[in-house]
Design a protein around this ligand. Structure first.
Ligand code: NAG
Ligand code: NAG
Ligand code: NAG
Length: 433
């Protein structure tokens, strides 16, 4: 028992030393944040007379809070309700404070925050480190201390700080400063930064060590739109940059490839599984942006897949990477618990980029995936039926076979094992769809 504990600790310490990340120390976001964020699905629709069911007003967030609870999302970890742009009045109040649009948020932000809290959830808000928000409402620049205090007064739990209308070169200083104002309020608030996305666009060298030290999560790249093309472009960019980005992710500090599109218009059922799998591998925040009342049951099943959420929320907090591309199949892996004696368990996603219609058969040994535990692995098919989980053990030399449909995914979890019941019936046990 003691030996195991020591092995585990040694292992963790080594990881921490090797990765050397000095992360933001506010005790929050120890696993990637989960919840609901308005932007992708609701944008800046402010005409509530014309579009009463689709506009950014207090009812939208109250309803989201209701549905996170009643539809079973919150018990799986989706517990942040986050307001995005377009909540503000065009001007600050006479005493210089931020204020919500009086027509769309007649009860005010504190009342909305109270409502969200009354549901056992957490409340997030949006602002911008600039003179204006991206949609042209007042930004925090010049009012940082007051605005941080206002958020604390409103009992905000999460602040997303965008970067429009600002000097991109000064963000390295400005974002940490705003973080210090948040810290000074004494109220723990998750701090979501956007500074790398703006610097990336300008081709600047980005100080990710500073990012991890000052932010709980940060948007690295473009906003996501409601299409496969947009989603996979972000995934590809993360793969291209993984050598520089992945090491900065860990408990309390995460790369953020942007919101989940699942349940909307742009992704098919299987493409939705692919986004969820890649986001789980990337240790990405799971922020849905959909119309919760209209999410079809099979999409809801993807969002509520406990085994996939468990991969995303893995306590080790190691961001996975794309390790191999072969014959139009992208292979993504992420080390997860349990681990022992230097050997990790893994989540492995086979994503098809092929367009020839038939499911494509692909085989590979665990060894070629870098999985070399001498006692082998059990394999769980994360989107499969219960019976597609194996009870026997795969050693690193046995090939496993998958069949992946165009733009679909086969998502497996390979847990290290100590027992030794090898899989003998190859035709049955090695095949995953
Ligand atoms: C907002 O403030 C600006 C100048 O500070 C002023 O010109 C404008 O009339 C104000 N708008 C509203 C809607 O109060
Ligand atoms: C403020 O920062 C200190 C030092 O990093 C940290 O220990 C503390 O938890 C932070 N407090 C809040 C409210 O974020
Ligand atoms: C696995 O793939 C290799 C190379 O593509 C192929 O030669 C081999 O026949 C396949 N094995 C099985 C068991 O399908």
């Amino acid at each position: 028992m003691i030996v195991t504990t020591m092995v585990r600790w040694t292992c963790c310490l080594i990881i921490m030393v090797v990765r050397g990340i000095d992360g933001l120390d506010n005790g929050l976001a120890l696993t990637p944040p989960m919840g609901w964020l308005a932007w992708q699905r609701y944008r800046c629709i402010t005409d509530c007379e014309m579009y009463p069911d689709d506009c950014v007003n207090e009812q939208l967030f109250m309803k989201a809070a209701d549905l996170l609870v009643s539809e079973g999302y919150s018990e799986l970890g989706y517990n942040y309700v986050i307001v995005d742009d377009c909540w503000l009045a065009k001007n600050r109040s006479a005493d210089g404070k931020l204020q919500a649009d009086k027509i769309r948020f007649p009860s005010g932000i504190k009342a909305l925050s109270d409502y969200v809290h009354s549901k056992g959830l957490k409340f997030g808000i949006y602002e911008d480190w600039g003179t204006k928000t991206c949609a042209g409402y007042p930004g925090v620049l010049g009012h940082e201390e007051l605005d941080a205090k206002t958020f604390a007064e409103w009992e905000v739990d999460y602040v997303k700080l965008d970067g429009c209308y600002s000097n991109v070169r000064h963000m390295d200083k400005g974002y940490p400063e705003f973080g210090r104002h948040l810290n000074s309020t004494g109220r723990p608030m998750v701090y979501s930064c956007s500074w790398p996305a703006y610097q990336e666009e300008k081709g600047m060298l980005i100080d990710y060590a500073s990012m991890a030290k000052h932010c709980n999560l940060w948007r690295n790249y473009d906003d996501i739109d409601d299409s496969w093309e947009s989603m996979i472009k972000i995934a590809d960019y993360f793969a291209q940059k993984q050598e520089f980005w992945a090491k900065y992710a860990g408990p309390g500090h995460w790369n953020d490839p942007d919101m989940l599109l699942i349940g909307n218009f742009g992704l098919t059922y299987d493409q939705s599984k692919t986004q969820m799998a890649i986001w789980a591998i990337l240790a990405a925040p799971l922020l849905m942006s959909n119309k919760l009342a209209e999410v079809q049951p099979h999409f809801k099943d993807i969002l509520q897949n406990k085994k996939v959420i468990e991969v995303n929320q893995d306590k080790l907090g190691i961001q996975g990477t794309r390790v191999f591309r072969d014959k139009g199949i992208d292979i993504w892996t992420r080390p997860v618990e349990p681990f022992n004696d230097g050997y990790y368990s893994y989540a492995v996603a086979f994503v098809s980029r092929r367009v020839d219609g038939a499911p494509y058969p692909y085989n590979i040994t665990l060894e070629d995936l870098g999985l070399k535990n001498p006692n082998g692995y059990s394999i769980i098919n994360l989107y499969g039926k219960e019976k597609s989980t194996t009870s026997c053990i795969f050693n690193s030399k046995t090939p496993i076979k998958v069949r992946v449909i165009p733009s679909g995914v086969v998502f497996l979890r390979m847990n290290i094992e100590n027992s030794n019941t090898p899989c003998t019936d190859h035709s049955k046990n090695q095949f995953f769809v």
